[in-house]
Design a protein around this ligand. Structure first.
Ligand code: IPD
Length: 287
């Protein structure tokens, strides 16, 4: 995919410097969460449903990210999963997921990450330009990062999306929401997709899923219901690795739907997802 045009940046700011900061932020928060993980993680609160948890370390991780951003880029805005939005004056917004894959973190399953991105424009996936991002998989230390127009790396080695031969031979990542009605609908959609692909993977962190797509460990990815912080950093890693990241019916990737992968296969998967009403365009009552 061709990178979007680079928007005008504040004086003295470069994509490279923003990417470096994203990496420093994500790895610092990752160290905090890794070292502070108690023997038995407990739920501090729940959010959108009883099975949508927040832990003490989600909050501690986001607090650290916010403190570091305030110290290094005090004029930038912040959109984070666990705290209030912070307004800025620079036109840049940091989009933070202090632990993506919180359920995995809670249960001790290894797929969870700190995800940090910085965007220009309105802090909404439909209209932002992601300038740089880092996804740090804390349990195993893998760190993906990308800067707009700079390409994407895993542990400083350039990555590219895979070259699956067909949809039928493609390994597809996906995820499910926290709401019961939404999940029932997602299961119906999955029933349409599964017979037409190699297999499905539900690994539990959308940010890592997008990075696995970027380095060829998954062939395609789709999910309904991603929040801006779930997708921001992973999306720039994926696009800089050659993926298309889009919605259905020609829409950009948003909370309604994110589909990612090599262009031709994304088009084929999108056709199946549209026919299954995977973004709920024809059934808003399902949620
Ligand atoms: C969740 C994970 C999961 C995805 C959910 C997200 P959280 O983020 O990314 O893989 O399926 O849609 O909400 O709640 O762990 O930050």
């Amino acid at each position: 995919m061709i990178s979007p045009a680079l928007p005008e940046l504040p004086d003295g700011v470069t994509v490279t410097a923003l990417r470096d900061l994203a990496v420093r932020l994500a790895t610092a928060a990752g160290a905090l969460v890794r070292e502070g993980r108690p023997e038995r993680v407990v739920v501090a609160a729940t959010k959108s449903s009883d099975v949508d948890p927040v832990t003490v370390m989600d909050r501690a991780s986001e607090d650290l990210l916010r403190e570091m951003i305030a110290a290094e880029r005090p004029d930038d805005a912040i959109l984070g999963e666990e705290g209030d939005d912070v307004a800025g004056t620079s036109g840049l917004t940091w989009v933070l997921d202090p632990i993506d894959g919180t359920v995995n973190y809670l249960y001790g399953v290894a797929s969870w990450a700190v995800s940090v991105a910085v965007v220009a424009g309105p802090p909404e996936p439909a209209s932002w330009t992601v300038l740089a991002g880092c996804v740090h998989s804390v349990a195993d230390g893998r760190t993906w990062s990308a800067g707009l127009g700079e390409g994407a790396t895993r542990d400083d080695v350039p990555v590219r999306v895979g070259t699956p031969t067909s949809l039928g031979a493609s390994l597809v990542g996906t995820g499910f929401g926290y709401d019961a009605a939404r999940r029932a609908h997602q299961a119906q959609v999955l029933a349409q997709v599964l017979p037409k692909i190699r297999d499905i993977r539900r690994l539990g962190s959308a940010a890592i899923d997008l990075c696995l797509l970027a380095d060829g460990s998954l062939d395609l990815y789709y999910e309904r219901g991603l929040n801006p912080w779930d997708m921001a950093a992973g999306a720039v890693v994926a696009t800089e690795a050659g993926a298309v990241v889009t919605g259905l019916r020609g829409e950009p990737a948003t909370t309604a739907m994110t589909v990612a992968g090599p262009a031709e296969l994304v088009a084929q998967l999108a056709e199946i997802l549209e026919a299954a009403d995977a973004d709920g365009a024809s059934s808003p009552e399902i949620g």
